[in-house]
Design a protein around this ligand. Structure first.
Ligand code: ATP
Ligand code: ATP
Ligand code: MG
Ligand code: MG
Ligand code: MG
Ligand code: MG
Length: 288
């Protein structure tokens, strides 16, 4: 490239590499989706089409970025987890974040008509997302982050479902519903829903648990014994040893081969508990 007298401006760019050897979480969130969901008449409290669209866009992002090991989505937000060893974009925060935001947004807009065939997108009300990147040094921290999001899903969904039950089934105004729920705990909210004709237990898991996306590696490529070895390592020495226990047991070429098949495995979506150990113990390849 030719040098010009203008080139010095590059020196104003700030270096922003994210800390090595840490799990990078990029969380994106829909901008003004409260208004957008009203405009496009999302069903309240949960529009299944909107969640399915979020999950389709999330899975597309996983397919385009093989260094992502897991994603978790609720409402208008999605958290994507880059493997701690990723060197994508030299771990530059803006690049790692903006690529996810724009890939997700492209798919969300492109796939919209499949999920909302009777509701065309309108200029002036386009879906847009913001994003941020945060580093988590240990698997414990990463799991606490994901638990935080899933607990949030539970709390928000309990409140929203109770709120809309009072309005839709109980015939209340918003203000009255709000006052009825003010200061109530989960048990009381369940009770209120029940007496208004809704059994919260029967609500869809996608509403109560959110959606976790991960690579369905073991089912596609079972490795003999390895999952047992890892599970017992997890049980005896704690989850933080997952990452280091497998690679040392395999040769360099075997590691490369495994990495490749992991990246090629299909993306699976589930609506299950990711707070308890079971999810991780049964799928040790996700964080290895
Ligand atoms: P901000 O720009 O600050 O994120 P926001 O309006 O997007 O503002 P959020 O806290 O992100 O606020 O909340 C998202 C809102 O979008 C929810 O409160 C809900 O009203 C709506 N929403 C998102 N997904 C759905 C869905 N699947 N069904 C119904 N409503 C939804
Ligand atoms: P990176 O992902 O690193 O940005 P890149 O391939 O996008 O890689 P850039 O340095 O951004 O590389 O350069 C963009 C390239 O896209 C140009 O070199 C050119 O080949 C092509 N390109 C962009 N806009 C046009 C255009 N309007 N007409 C023809 N080619 C274009
Ligand atoms: Mg926000
Ligand atoms: Mg939002
Ligand atoms: Mg949100
Ligand atoms: Mg380019």
């Amino acid at each position: 490239m030719a040098n010009s007298k203008y080139e010095y401006v590059r020196e104003f760019e700030q270096a922003e590499p994210l800390l090595k050897n840490t799990w990078i979480v990029v969380r994106i969130d829909g901008r003004g989706f409260h208004r957008l969901s009203t405009k496009y008449q999302f069903e309240k409290p949960n529009d299944k089409r909107a969640l399915d669209l979020m999950n389709a866009a999330g899975a597309a992002v996983m397919n385009e970025l093989p260094d992502l090991v897991l994603a978790y989505g609720i409402s208008d937000e999605y958290s994507f987890v880059y493997h701690k060893d990723t060197t994508l974009f030299e771990r530059r925060a803006a690049k790692l974040t903006s690529t996810i935001v724009s890939t997700f947004t492209s798919y969300y807009v492109f796939l919209w008509p499949q999920y909302f065939p009777d509701t065309p997108l309108l200029l002036g009300m386009m879906p847009t997302f913001d994003g941020r990147a945060v580093c988590y040094p240990t698997i414990g921290n990463l799991r606490d982050y994901l638990s935080w999001r899933q607990v949030d899903c539970h709390i928000n969904n309990t409140y929203n479902t109770a709120f809309w039950t009072l309005i839709l089934k109980g015939g209340m105004e918003a203000r009255e519903a709000e006052q009825t729920l003010s200061g109530t705990n989960t048990g009381q909210k369940n009770e209120i829903m029940y007496t208004n004709g809704l059994n919260y237990n029967n609500e869809l898991e996608i509403y109560k648990k959110g959606t976790v996306l991960y690579r369905d590696y073991e089912l596609a490529h079972p490795i003999e014994g390895s999952s047992e070895i890892l599970s017992s390592a997890v049980a005896s020495t704690g989850t933080d040893t997952i990452a280091s226990s497998l690679p040392e047991e395999l040769s360099k070429t075997a590691q490369e081969k495994e990495k490749k098949s992991k990246r090629k495995a299909g993306v699976k979506a589930e609506h299950i508990d990711i707070i308890k150990d079971e999810f991780w113990q049964r799928r040790p390849w996700i964080l290895s």
